[in-house]
Ligand binder design. Sequence first.
Ligand SMILES: [Cu+2]
Length: 121
Amino acid sequence: MRSIALILSAAGFMCALILGAIAAPASAHEPIDVVAANWKFTPNTITVHVGETQTIRVTSSEGVHGLQSDELGVKQAVIAPNKFTIVTFTAPSKPGTYKIHCSIPCGAGHNDMVLTIQVEP
Ligand SMILES: [Cu+2]
């Protein structure tokens, strides 16, 4: 009987550990899913607060696209169907409207492919 009690208390301890790991915030925000297509990002605007780190998971439903933003320090990344590209950036300390552009020539609407990052105070 004592061994059963030990196993039960060990199981309870493990549950507490797992729940603690789930409840603990890994970062300020959950990742945001973004889908690229010809020729837009959905959503096309993401709002963050100054200094926050945000991760976006980007995939494509149509065509191969890219992402890049010098002002947000986002290096060139490729976005392709059936693939998730993880991009993390830190919002600048100055509120305003920032842009992440498609970085791969993808056709007639390429220049319209902009993901707007709205940085709030
Ligand atoms: Cu493009």
